[in-house]
Design a binder for this molecule. Structure first.
Ligand code: NDP
Length: 451
């Protein structure tokens, strides 16, 4: 697809050999992407689960089945979305996390003010809630609970979440239009489908609970950790012990998730929260896509244990922890640099910065700083390199018998490349010539010298 410069309201389509195929009006493009993602992602989640858990992770076998049975195959493998046991697991887990959000103490955190002047306020109790969740899991298992049931019921759990989350996003759509929590709400101006996809509200709250903190952090990210532990338990039930490959993969992911909760208030100041509204893209994604796709390497390892041996297991663990640390340090560097107004040392030298001004949308001008040294001097999104490397390192314990455990890595590459482009567009719109200056000093988007 290539943009048609002569007509900003249309998008030209070309085939792979460059033949011009036609023009799609901008309004259709606004609809097409969201429509395809809303229609395809739920089925994709179920197909991925089925391929990993029932077809040995073989996409070739999946293709054979699809060829033999036609598209009706997807309907036939689709687990019930109203399974009682699955809903008991989902309901008790969600209720527990909602209760932790409310009762676990934490300091008050004020995030960046929005264009309407709204200052989102959070209770910084993410790390404590993560620790309590893991402790509660350990107590339940010690008391005899077979947490492997989560793996056994995963199809029904994902199916139930798919359907519930579609309805939940519809409720958020109406809430944003008719009963918003803040003035950062309303239609995006391109019709109901785009509104449903992107959301109609930036900071929805229901009965005092922040919706995005719940869906993104306390449901999606927390399930990622708990789900992996349940898968490892299921492996131990079937194979008598947890394999070293599973142990390495789960350990690295737990370190990554612990890092996330340690930095949860920093996350509340990122694009997901400050720019993306609570719609299908973010909320359905965190309620369904994260529990399925993000845990897919562990899902695969559950029934395909690999013996790595101590030297390889230790080498992968060390490399994985180094990448997770570098990713954390890049986020921390930027946050600290901004918090102290640029007066800090980065890698032993005074921080290099560009002082930028931008229209704050309230009739005035605000000032901001762009860091040009440290991780942020290597490329404009070097932290995405370490994010992808970490994901590769917790997938590689599966070795190379099958492509399925690498699905998340491939997805992450696509997501983060797209995100780097989206962020560049947003920052150029916000900072104008100051962003161009930053791009001149740090010319690469992601990989220094390459991209
Ligand atoms: P970033 O950390 O890339 O932050 C982007 C924002 O930072 C920009 O919009 C701009 O915001 C500000 N900024 C950009 N350049 C500079 C600079 N040089 N100096 C100071 N500020 C700058 O946001 P992400 O949300 O993409 O990433 C946050 C973390 O989440 C990362 O660790 C990333 O790897 C991870 N992540 C993980 C994903 C996953 O699915 N596993 C998906 C996405 C992210 P402004 O100036 O307006 O404040």
């Amino acid at each position: 697809m290539s943009s048609d410069d002569s007509n900003k309201r249309s998008v030209g389509f070309t085939s792979e050999n460059g033949k011009f195929l036609g023009v799609l009006p901008e309004s259709s493009r606004d609809y097409l992407g969201p429509l395809v993602l809303i229609a395809v992602c739920p089925a994709f989640v179920i197909v991925l689960w089925h391929t990993i858990c029932n077809l040995d992770g073989s996409f070739l076998l999946l293709l054979k089945e699809l060829k033999a049975n036609g598209p009706g195959y997807i309907r036939d493998i689709w687990p019930s979305p109203v399974d009682g046991e699955a809903w008991k697991l989902i309901g008790s887990y969600a209720a527990f996390e909602l209760a932790l959000m409310r009762i676990v103490p934490g300091r008050r955190f004020e995030a960046t003010a929005t264009a309407t002047g709204h200052v989102p306020v959070y209770k910084a109790n993410g790390m404590a809630s993560f620790a309590i969740t893991l402790a509660a899991y350990a107590l339940l298992v010690a008391a005899g609970w077979d947490s492997g049931v989560v793996y056994d019921k995963l199809g029904e759990i994902l199916s139930g979440l798919c359907v519930f989350s579609l309805a939940f996003c519809a409720a958020l759509y109406f809430k944003g239009l008719y009963a918003p929590s803040t003035r950062d709400s309303g239609t995006n101006g391109a019709g109901p489908l785009k509104d449903y996809f992107w959301g109609t509200e930036l900071y929805p709250r229901v009965l005092g609970w922040d919706v995005k903190q719940f869906t993104n952090c306390r449901f999606g990210m927390m399930f990622w950790a708990v789900g992996l532990l349940c898968y490892a338990h299921r492996q131990a039930r079937e194979h008598g012990a947890v394999s070293d490959s599973m142990a390495v993969s789960v350990l690295l992911q737990l370190v990554y998730i612990a890092k996330f909760f340690h930095w949860e208030m920093g996350y509340m100041c990122t694009m997901d929260i400050q720019h993306d509204r609570a719609g299908y893209y973010i909320c359905w994604g965190c309620l369904v896509w994260v529990p399925s796709v993000y845990t897919s390497a562990g899902m695969y390892l559950t029934r395909h244990p690999v013996h790595l041996g101590a030297p390889l297991a230790l080498a992968i663990t060390a490399a994985g922890i180094a990448c997770i640390w570098a990713n954390y340090d890049a986020d921390r560097q930027r946050q600290h640099f901004r918090a102290v107004g640029g007066r800090c040392a980065i890698w032993g030298r005074p921080a290099e910065a560009i002082e930028a001004t931008y229209d704050n949308g309230r009739g005035g001008t605000s000032r901001s700083l762009l860091l040009c040294s440290g991780w942020w001097g290597l490329s404009r999104h070097f932290h995405y390199v370490t994010e992808i490397s970490s994901a590769f390192l917790w997938s590689v314990p599966a070795l190379f018998h099958n492509a399925a455990p690498y699905f998340y890595v491939v997805f992450l590459v696509i997501l983060l490349v797209d995100r780097a482009y989206r962020d560049d567009v947003r920052c150029r719109g916000k900072y104008g010539k100051f962003w161009d200056q930053y791009c001149q000093r740090v010319p690469y988007k992601i990989i220094p010298g390459v991209l």
